[in-house]
Design a protein around this ligand. Structure first.
Ligand code: IFM
Length: 469
């Protein structure tokens, strides 16, 4: 049986600046931590970098026309901090602002709602060289940058997101080191998590002080749907530890103005958390207009039975853990179908996530700001690209969203990750998440069958029961 989404439900797709823009040396842009990291031998698959990516910087107008052809109602993109404020300090550069103003105007001309994310992982390298997210100063720099972008685009963008997936910035960037800047210091990771929270709060204040009153503020988290391998006390404790580090370290200060006490206890050997100052928590708990949730796959954890816990947590291989204070937790991939990332496919995780935040944050609208799957898509002889597995993935997850809405979740929109194939961070260009296929030699864009399927859904709001194959 097909189901219908309510009128006004926002159907969009998402991208991020470093993953698509290229043009890394144009218009006064200076390197971000991802430029430095991807140019460091051994950090990305095949040494891939975002130097050219999908050349969106030069193909912006065509890409917006493509979105319009697909009938998208909204487009979630990120602003590259070093393109707008190259050193992370001082005045903005005009070409950077002009690029985003042009993008927003193109979107509005086509009736597509711009949804702007201020930070999707591309910290100006100069700020990292001065200490990066483990330092408090970076949070203040972020608030200044937020004010600059709000001044420039506040008259035409209504929906603002401060950070995308701060967990990845903190724990993959400073803990396991599989993301830029590639540091492997558990204390730095915890300090980064707090300063990202603070950056969110300070930026939210700056945005509220600059934007028109109807502007909507949000943050996009990637909470882990953590499941215990068994109901044994040890496995339940493993689940509690990961839940604290993956979820509550962000959600609790944002929603309740406090860090979880058990997190302090779990990490007491590492830090006394004295980097949390007087009124930080009041700043972080700034009222939001919606909460963005990114979901791909659940995590199954148990207590490790030996001194080398299995760590197939789906976040890349590193001898350093991204889980400070939880070194004795094993991660397992549940049996069943997986995507090309090796991530298990489980739409019930998305249902559980939506119901969890419906309970945790009553009255706060939810938005799925990322969901999607990588597959090994290849063009057929006639150039068309068929991706029935992705359609099945999307269909299953959207059915879960609908079920959660039936059960009371206030979900306002869904953003497919991603509009087009792009630079998948440390995995380089080998992993294709796009609804649109990109031939990286020619930069030709070809909508996959999932793009046509999604366009029909965006047009009608009707989710068919059986995916086309
Ligand atoms: O490509 C990323 C994106 O940048 C952040 N969320 C997860 C996606 C898939 O790994």
């Amino acid at each position: 049986m097909s189901v219908s989404f309510p009128p006004g439900f926002l159907w969009g797709s998402a991208t991020a600046a470093y993953q698509i823009e290229g043009a890394v040396r144009e218009g006064g842009r200076t390197p971000s931590i991802w430029d430095t990291f991807s140019h460091t031998p051994g950090k990305t698959e095949n040494g891939d970098t975002g130097d050219t990516a999908t050349d969106h910087f030069h193909r912006r107008a065509d890409d917006v026309r493509l979105m319009a052809d697909l009938g998208l109602g909204a487009y979630r993109f990120s602003v590259s901090w070093p393109r707008v404020q190259p050193t992370g300090r001082g005045p903005a550069v005009q070409p950077g602002l002009d690029f985003y103003r042009g993008l927003v105007d193109d979107l509005l001309d086509h009736g597509i709602k711009p949804v702007l994310t201020l930070y999707h992982w591309d910290l100006p390298q100069e700020l990292e060289s001065a200490g990066g997210w483990p330092e408090r100063e970076t949070a203040h720099r972020f608030a200044d940058y937020a004010r600059i972008v709000a001044d420039a685009l506040g008259d035409r963008v209504d929906m603002w997101t401060t950070l995308n997936e701060p967990w990845c910035s903190a724990f993959l960037g400073y803990g396991s080191g599989v993301h830029a800047p590639g540091r492997t210091d558990p204390v730095a990771a915890l300090r980064a998590a707090h300063h990202l929270n603070l950056a969110h709060g300070l930026a939210a204040q700056a945005l509220r002080g600059t934007l028109p009153s109807h502007a909507q503020l949000s943050i996009s988290l990637n909470p882990s749907v953590v499941r215990a391998g068994s109901q044994s006390p040890a496995d339940l404790d493993a689940k509690r530890r990961i839940d604290a580090l993956a979820n509550r370290v962000f959600a609790d200060p944002l929603l309740s103005g406090a860090y979880p006490q058990d997190l302090f206890a779990d990490t007491a050997q590492l830090t006394d958390w004295s980097f949390v100052h007087g009124d930080d928590l009041a700043v972080i708990r700034h009222p939001l207009d919606s909460l963005g949730l990114n979901y791909y796959s659940p995590a199954v954890v148990s207590a490790a039975t030996d001194s080398h816990p299995e760590r197939s947590d789906g976040h890349g291989a590193s001898e350093h853990s991204p889980w400070p204070g939880a070194d004795s937790v094993s991660f397992h991939q549940p049996p069943g179908d997986r995507t090309e990332m090796g991530w298990s496919i489980d739409p019930t995780g998305l249902y559980d996530l939506l119901m969890h935040y419906t309970r945790e944050a009553p009255g706060l609208p939810l938005m799925i700001t990322e969901n999607g799957a990588a597959y090994d898509d290849k063009p057929a002889a006639d150039g068309s690209v068929h991706d029935p597995d992705r359609i099945r993935y999307l269909q299953g997850h959207l059915a879960a969203v609908h079920r959660a809405m039936d059960d009371g979740a206030d979900v306002r929109g869904y953003f497919l990750w991603s509009l087009m194939d792009n630079f998948e961070w440390a995995y380089g260009y080998g992993k294709r998440f796009g609804a649109v296929y990109v031939d990286y030699e020619t930069q030709t864009r070809t909508p996959k069958s999932s793009a046509r399927w999604y366009a029909e859904l965006a047009r009608t709001g009707v989710l068919p029961d059986m995916p086309a194959s």
